[in-house]
Design a protein around this ligand. Structure first.
Ligand code: UDX
Length: 432
């Protein structure tokens, strides 16, 4: 099938690359001409395992194209996915300017029937606005449909998530739209959830909000575990084996971050308010997330007494492993909180250092975990990268000024570290 993807960011590029891999002819558009020129040369602007290879291969096989002209993309494709960003406004509401601009451009450039599909995470009723906008600007009586097809991919495993989803959600309001999207997704042997557009839009926000709720729930439980001496890992395991609960997204830590959960939660609270419903539950989920990090800072303070003048070695900055994304990363917030207290920060992340340099001041960036630890008063684990699971702690003990580890991701066995002579503090587990 001939597909256009408008917006070559995270979701757009992964979607475009994967649809082309499945044999479709895909054109990815973006108004950032520099990005498009880079992509034409095989330069992928984000770090995502396997993406570059997929893009280069499909571009070489003439199934994947890039353009800075929406007109060109709209001209040649029957199905047009909108995958532009919906960044938050000051008040948490999603800024839909990008979506409106794209809808306008599609309207003035389409020459025959087009199916316009929302891929970006958008508030419920955006589909109606896209429809209104296109109807308003369209030149003649050209027919079109709007559909919603939310994406559930996670950074770091985006290609696998796209190729092996749990379900595919399709919100449609005509038989033609339904048939086109069913045909497009025919290679996937997973349940197709076919709904109206509004339900599909809501499925996306409700799913992300529910996952964030699970994380805040277990983080809240970790606070109780800390107080009473229970072990949150055991509690989560015991809960997760109940099939009604499930084990995923029950990992306690320093809170969720990234480009989706914080933003989507705020947007969902805002959407609810607009409908007249005060979604208090989700407001608490966001509050617990913020407080989780403050309680981690308190743990560091409780161990070091005075933070001012101390050196903290931080391993990990990305909001989670296997990505260089530091948007809303809890570690970034922690660095700033520690700096406000007067700490000196040494930092290492396997992928995120280049991005960190652009936003962090007065931080010593290190080349590996060991040089980060040299002469530090405390080692803090902020992201659970695999390479941090295999560290040589005998060596680390010699490098640190004092043998203190605060583990924000519960990566290590407390007993092993205690035996090595460390003071080890983690999340919702016994302090040793
Ligand atoms: C998320 C959704 O999972 C995905 O479906 C949606 O399309 C986009 O948003 P992503 O932001 O890439 O994906 O990351 P995800 O793996 O969901 O993790 C989000 C945050 O939650 C990370 O900061 C992670 O560290 C944290 N997290 C996750 C926990 O703290 N505990 C958990 O048990 C799971």
């Amino acid at each position: 099938m001939k597909i256009a993807i408008i917006g070559s960011g995270y979701v757009g590029l992964v979607t475009g690359a994967c649809f082309s891999e499945l044999g479709n002819k895909v054109i990815c558009a973006d108004n950032d001409a520099r990005k498009i020129n880079g992509l034409k040369k095989g330069l992928v602007p984000i770090y995502e395992p396997g993406l570059e290879e997929l893009i280069v291969r499909n571009a070489r096989n003439k199934r994947l194209f890039f353009t800075a002209s929406i007109k060109e993309a709209v001209k040649s494709s029957e199905i047009i996915f909108i995958a532009v960003g919906t960044p938050p406004l000051e008040n948490g509401e999603a800024d839909l300017t990008g979506i409106e601009n794209v809808a306008h451009s599609i309207a003035v450039n389409m020459k025959g029937y087009r199916l316009i599909v929302e891929k970006s995470t958008v508030p419920v009723e955006t589909g109606d606005w896209v429809k209104h906008t296109i109807t308003h600007y369209i030149k003649d009586k050209t027919k079109f449909d709007v559909a919603s097809n939310p994406e559930f991919l996670r950074e770091g495993s985006a290609i696998d998530d796209f190729m092996h989803p749990d379900r595919i959600v399709i919100g449609v309001e005509s038989k033609k739209a339904r048939d086109l999207l069913t045909e497009l997704y025919r290679p996937f042997k997973v349940p197709l959830v076919i709904t109206n557009i509004k339900s599909a839009e809501l499925i996306k926000h409700a799913s992300n909000a529910f996952l964030a709720t699970k994380i805040s729930f277990i983080n809240a439980v970790s606070q109780i575990c800390d107080k009473v001496g229970a072990d949150v890992e055991e509690v989560a395991r015991g809960m997760g084996l109940d099939k009604r609960i499930g084990p995923s997204f029950l990992k306690a830590g320093i809170g969720y971050g990234g480009s989706c959960f914080p933003k989507d939660l705020d947007a969902f609270v805002h959407i609810s308010e607009k409908t007249g419903y005060d979604f208090k539950l989700l407001k608490s989920v966001a509050k617990v997330n913020i407080e989780q990090l403050s309680s981690v800072l308190k743990k560091i303070k409780d161990s070091l007494w005075i933070i001012k003048g101390k050196t903290i070695a931080i391993l990990g900055l990305a909001f989670k492993p296997n990505t260089d994304d530091i948007r809303n990363a809890p570690a970034l917030r922690l660095v700033r909180m520690l700096q406000e207290e007067g700490a000196r920060i040494k930092l290492y992340d396997p992928q995120a250092i280049n991005k960190a340099r652009k936003v962090l001041d007065k931080v010593i960036f290190c080349a590996d975990a060991y040089s980060t630890c040299r002469s530090a008063d405390c080692l803090f684990i902020a992201t659970e990268w695999d390479e941090f699971k295999e560290l040589d702690f005998v060596k680390i003990k010699k490098l640190l000024r004092r043998p203190l580890i605060v583990d924000g991701r519960n990566l290590y066995d407390p007993e092993v570290l205690r035996k090595l002579g460390f003071s080890y503090i983690s999340i919702g587990r016994k302090k040793v």
